[in-house]
Design a protein around this ligand. Structure first.
Ligand SMILES: Nc1ncnc2c1ncn2[C@@H]1O[C@H](COP(=O)(O)OP(=O)(O)OP(=O)(O)O)[C@@H](O)[C@H]1O
Ligand SMILES: [Mg+2]
Length: 251
């Protein structure tokens, strides 16, 4: 892993203009996230979480302030430059999975590599490897439409990790899942962080999910109002094992 700092935001502002009205979604956010951290962002609806994540992921540009990704100022880059950075260095996971429903799981996982211009054989091998890693090697020819929510989110995770990103950004990754499936998904994300050393930032409404991270950032009305370590980070694999045992004894 490089000695670079994953994320530095300095006084980041975002103003949405809609006709005459201006909406100040981010009002000067400053924060640093080091390589290998696993961070949760919480805050009520409309507080600016997704706006912040989209800027972190180079999906959108700030209207003020400076954003350094891996020590490089990316706040002035144009659309194509941002797209190139995204496809090489960043993986995204969304609440609604954002998969193509009527093509295979393998094809879904290959998508980011098409944008990155990877050759066909390498693309298939890497997609299989990523699907294997999330435990879906038996499902490569299924269509996401035939799979459970938890399985679909695993496909999305395999797609996010297939280009070996240094940063994974997840916007409410468990928002559409029941509580046990949520822990299964957070277990895969924790594994990404621990085994692959990937920096992870997760937006969540769920305090229980935030406790699987090592640091908790709170935002309110576009401002950072809290930034605290999670003193007793939960281990999702352990919690799943405990759940399985409980259910085993129960039946
Ligand atoms: N493209 C846009 N155009 C105009 N206003 C926007 C746009 N995107 C977001 N906003 C506004 O910016 C503010 C912050 O939105 P954002 O989506 O970042 O909130 P959030 O914290 O992710 O909320 P939620 O928990 O509901 O997802 C809100 O007031 C929202 O209405
Ligand atoms: Mg949001």
């Amino acid at each position: 892993m490089s000695g670079k700092t994953a994320i530095v935001m300095e006084n980041i502002k975002k103003v949405y203009k809609m006709g005459e009205t201006e909406l100040h979604a981010l009002k000067g956010i400053s924060l640093t996230i080091k390589n290998g951290e696993m961070v949760a962002i919480m805050g009520s609806s409309g507080s600016g979480k997704s706006t912040m994540l989209n800027i972190m992921g180079c999906l959108d540009k700030p209207t003020g302030g400076t954003y350094y990704l891996d020590d490089e100022d990316v706040s002035q880059l144009d659309k194509d430059q941002l797209a190139a950075i995204r496809s090489k260095r960043i993986g995204f996971i969304f609440q609604g999975f954002n998969l193509l429903g009527n093509v295979s799981v393998l094809a879904n996982t290959q998508l980011p590599m098409i944008y990155a211009g990877v050759g066909k054989t390498e693309m298939i091998n890497k997609a299989r490897e990523a699907l294997d890693w999330v435990g879906l090697s038996e499902y490569i020819n299924h269509n996401p439409g035939q799979m459970s929510g938890g399985q679909q989110q695993r496909v999305a995770i395999s797609r996010a990790l297939v280009n070996n990103p240094s940063l994974i950004l997840a916007d409410e990754p468990t928002g559409a899942l029941d509580s046990k499936t949520s822990i299964e998904i957070i277990a895969v994300i924790q594994k990404l962080n621990i085994e692959k050393g990937i920096t992870v930032v997760i937006v969540t409404h769920d305090k229980d999910i935030a406790l699987y991270c090592r640091r908790l950032i709170n935002i309110k009305d576009g401002k950072l109002i809290g930034d605290t370590p999670v003193l007793d980070q939960r281990n999702a694999a352990k919690d799943l094992a405990a759940l399985a045992q409980e259910r085993g004894f129960g039946s």
